[in-house]
Design a protein around this ligand. Sequence first.
Ligand SMILES: [Zn+2]
Length: 472
Amino acid sequence: MPVTISISDTFDGGNIKFVEQRVNPDDASVIDVIAHIKPDVYTELEEMAHMQYFAFRVTLGGLLSLEQEEQKVNYILANAQDVSYPEAWSGTTVFYGSDLDDVDGWKRNLTTHYGDGKLSWQQTHTRNGSLYFSYFPPFSYARHLKLISQCTPHAQVGTLGQSLEGREMEFITIGSGSLTCWIIHRQHPGETMAEHYAEGLLHRLLGIPTNGDTTGDKVVQEALQKFTFYIVPCMCPDGSVKGHLRTNACGANLNREWATVKPGYTAPSLERSPEVYHVLHKMDETGVDVCIDVHGDEELPFNFISGAELIPAWGPRLQALHGAFVAAYGRSNNSMQAAIGYPPPESAEMVLRYMNVATNQISQRFNCLAVTLEMPFKDCLTTSDPDVGWNPAQSRKLGATVLEALVQVHPLLRDESEFWKTLPAEDAYVTTTDDYESQMTSADKDEPQFKMLKKRFYSDVHEIHKQSAANN
Ligand SMILES: [Zn+2]
C-alpha cells in the first residue's frame, strides 16, 4: 500500500492551501508536498493583503508498521516570498506537534530553510496519523473560551461588545487599586504567543492553579492593591479563528484603527473595527494609567518593548517611565532586554501619521506610559534553546512576570514631581537598535541559523521609520 498524504486547515486557526504532491526529483524515496500560505482579507488602509501565519494538519497513511518504516516528506511553502515580511523567514524554524491542545508538546523542525523564495523543511514521519505544523503553536478559540471560563470564578468577566462575526470581546477586571492598568493581547491574530502570554498573566494574577488563592504571592497581592486591571486576552477573535496574520474578518489591521489619520477613513468604527471601538470606548470610561499591548515580531529574535517615542506628549516623564519599566521587566525576566528593538522614529511629524497605532494613541490620549511588547517567532537569543525556540511556555512566563515590573514602576506612573532626575542610571531609557548582530559576541555570530540576509523591518511601529526613510 503506497503512502498517502492529506493536508487540511479546517480547524480553529488553520491556514494553508494545498497545491500539489510529487515524488522528489532528486530522491525517489522522498515525497514533496507543495502548499501556499493563504492571504488575509485585503486591508483597505494599507492597500495590501497581509499574510505570513500558517498552521496545517497532515494526515499520513500507508506505513506498514509503527516502528520499522518511515517516510521522509519535504514540505515546501512555495509562496513564502510573497508574504508581508519575507526577510523574516531567515532564521525561522517551523513548529510541529501531534496534539493541537498540548501546546507545550510542540517542537521546532531544525531543517527549516528559506531559499529561492520558498520556506521548506523535511519531516521524517515514523507512523500513520496526523501531525500539525505551524509558524507558532496555535491558541485556539476553544482554549480562549476555556481561559475565560477559568477566570470567571475569580474575577469580573464581561464583554465589551462583539466582533464583526459576533464573537464576544471579553475583558477581565480584577484589583482594587487607584491606578488603572490595561493589558491587551493579540490585536494581530497570527501572533498567537500574545494570547499564550495572556494565559500566563491571568493564571498568576487570578491564582487559577491554586483555585483563586493568591495569598502566597506577595507581588500579586501588591499588584491587586495598587492597580485595577482591565485585561483583554484576545483583541481579534475572528482573525484568530480564520488563521489570519494581522487582520479581523473584514481585513482591518486593528493596530491601525485607534484614530482617524486619513481623510475619508474613519477609525475606529463599528462597521470596520468594532473590536477597537469597544475597547477604546471603555478606556475613555475608566481612564488609563499604564497600558501594555502584547504582540509577536516575525523578524527580531528578541523580546523587546517599543514605546510612544515622539508623540506630542513625549518628554522626559514618558521617556523615564518607559526606561524604568523596561529595566524593571529585565530584572523580573531574563528574556526581556532593553538594547535591541525597533529603532525609534526620527521625527515627530512622522509620528503624527501613526497616531492610529494603539500605543501612540493611548499614551497621548491619557498622557500615560503605553508600550508595545514584542515576542519573537524565532528562538529568543537572550535565552536561546533552538529545539523549542521561543514557545508558549516562555510566553506564559513572560506574561506572569510583568507583574513585578508593574509593581516596581507604580509609584512613578502619576508622580507629578520631576522624578526622572533622581532615578538610578540602570533605569534610564535606552534607545533601541535593530542591528543586533553588531552587538553580539563573535561566537554567537557564527550561529548560521541567525544570519540575516538583509536588514529590513516592516513591523508595527517600525513602519514609521521605514516611511520616514522612503520619504527622504
Ligand atoms: Zn503585531
